[in-house]
Design a binder for this molecule. Structure first.
Ligand SMILES: Nc1ncnc2c1ncn2[C@@H]1O[C@H](COP(=O)(O)OP(=O)(O)OP(=O)(O)O)[C@@H](O)[C@H]1O
Ligand SMILES: [Mg+2]
Length: 118
């Protein structure tokens, strides 16, 4: 039996895009997720305009992180859905990280791996 890889998709998005992202994920049949309010910054360091030498530190802005663990075949549809819901074309639209997942256990049944994720 072929065993599929499991991945953890971590997406950082603008809070105001969350509703739209959730809708797109649902349409893509992605219905399991964890959502966390976080603060973060990317390459603008949290400033839309950065004057050279003007700032010694970063400015952390409110973001939403969505964690979704999926079997390999759901990685691309999940990424597509997040991009569709979150992209405006402006800086700060967000970033998606994909991490190889070593294990998943459904506590109630003891199922493991892809069966436990799905
Ligand atoms: N390398 C990183 N490590 C950890 N978190 C990151 C990283 N890059 C971005 N993030 C998170 O993603 C959020 C959104 O990042 P953002 O969209 O501003 O990325 P960017 O690289 O600055 O791209 P852009 O130029 O389009 O703004 C950040 O506020 C932060 O929470
Ligand atoms: Mg940025």
């Amino acid at each position: 039996m072929e065993v599929m890889d499991m991945k953890l998709i971590m997406a950082y998005i603008q809070p105001e895009r969350f509703k739209e992202v959730k809708k797109e994920l649902y349409k893509a049949d992605v219905k399991k997720m964890s959502v966390v309010k976080v603060r973060g910054c990317g390459q603008q360091m949290g400033f839309t305009e950065v004057f050279r030498g003007a700032s010694q530190e970063v400015n952390l802005l409110p973001k939403i992180r969505i964690d979704i663990a999926v079997n390999e075949d759901f990685v691309e549809p999940t990424i597509e859905a997040i991009m569709k819901g979150a992209r405006t074309g402006e800086v700060g639209d967000g970033k998606i990280f994909v991490v190889t997942l070593a294990e998943c256990v459904r506590i109630r049944t003891g199922e493991r791996g892809g069966k436990a994720i799905g």
